[in-house]
Design a protein around this ligand. Structure first.
Ligand SMILES: Nc1nc2c(ncn2[C@@H]2O[C@H](COP(=O)(O)OP(=O)(O)OP(=O)(O)O)[C@@H](O)[C@H]2O)c(=O)[nH]1
Ligand SMILES: [Mg+2]
Length: 292
């Protein structure tokens, strides 16, 4: 099942709630998700595989933007259903319309479900839902929910999706929740912390790569070393901050999250490095796992 929609509507929040565990980064800023992340939910003899995708956006035409668009298109191939997530607080924008166009051009026989999210914060949810419904007359179903504040509604959707699954083999082992390596997943948590703290253009020009991981040993923490990539020297100064305050804040938030999920003490070593124009460098994008 593919989860698609414009940036910032709550796709990754929906994925995490569907799974009951955090596999995808979430920030209040658009374009948080950069690669298609698979989240796997297994119950008894059934398995649902969701693909969270980057927000479908206009973008500046960088190699990163193109890779993000490709992730969305690829996610629409070979799926049993598409969940189109929209933000019910607002009427559709041009970006929603281009998602609707993309969905019309996808295979017609894939069932489409329109998920009206953020109903908890919407003033005119029914009116907004109608406008989105008009953009996708082919939709099999529309529903309003809050991925952030109403997990029960999300579980109900998950149960319904389970019922519609065709018979087939498991694609992943039953105990696997995501197709990311521990390095990828932890670099996403670090990037989430960085994007949360940084302002203006900066959140979009950082990337994170975990360069080493040492498992915990008797009385010692897990040691994770990661690089935060920026495009310019000036950006490096801002990510480090005056006297190192910014990088310390980022490290504190990331470490806290990592410790919660790993259930171990973590020593996090962050280094800020300049990788000029990494967003247009396909080799760099491959290193980051944003390109195949
Ligand atoms: N009020 C409200 N806020 C929500 C809800 N779901 C998500 N959000 C908030 O919306 C923001 C964006 O959430 P994400 O899950 O990162 O959105 P996304 O669609 O994955 O964004 P991109 O990856 O950038 O495309 C975050 O600040 C969430 O906390 C909801 O049901 N209600
Ligand atoms: Mg996302």
């Amino acid at each position: 099942m593919a989860i698609v929609g414009k940036p910032n509507v709550g796709k990754s929040t929906l994925l995490n709630t569907l799974l009951g565990v955090k596999v995808a980064p979430i920030t209040p800023k658009p374009q948080t998700t950069r690669r298609g992340v698979r989240g796997i939910y297994t119950a008894d003899d059934r398995q649902l595989v969701f693909v969270d995708t980057p927000g479908f956006h206009k973008g500046g035409g960088s190699a990163l933007d193109r890779a993000m668009h490709r992730e969305v298109r690829d996610a629409l191939i070979d799926v049993n259903a598409v969940l189109w997530v929209v933000d019910l607080r607002h009427p559709p924008t041009e970006e929603d319309k281009s998602v609707a166009r993309l969905l019309r051009s996808a295979q017609e026989e894939i069932p489409l479900i329109v998920v009206g999210n953020k109903v908890d914060a919407a003033k005119y949810p029914e009116e907004a839902m109608q406008l989105y419904r008009d953009l996708a007359p082919q939709a099999k179903r529309v529903l309003a929910l809050s991925a952030l504040n109403d997990p029960q509604a999300v579980y109900a959707l998950r149960d319904d999706l389970m019922e519609t699954l065709p018979e087939g083999p498991f694609y992943f082992p039953a105990n696997i929740r995501s197709d990311q390596t521990r390095e990828q997943w932890s670099s996403e948590l670090i990037r989430e912390a960085a994007m949360t703290h940084l302002r203006e253009e900066l959140p979009y020009s950082v990337a994170v790569q975990v360069v080493s991981w040492e498992d915990a040993e008797e009385g010692h923490p897990i040691v994770i070393t990661a690089e935060i990539w920026v495009e310019k020297m000036g950006h490096r100064r801002m990510v480090i901050g005056k006297g190192g305050v910014m990088i310390r804040e980022i490290g504190k938030m990331a470490r806290k999250q990592l410790q919660i999920f790993l259930q171990e003490q973590v020593y996090l070593d962050l280094e800020v490095v300049v990788r000029a124009s990494w967003r247009d460098d396909r080799e760099a994008l491959r290193e980051l796992g944003y390109e195949p």
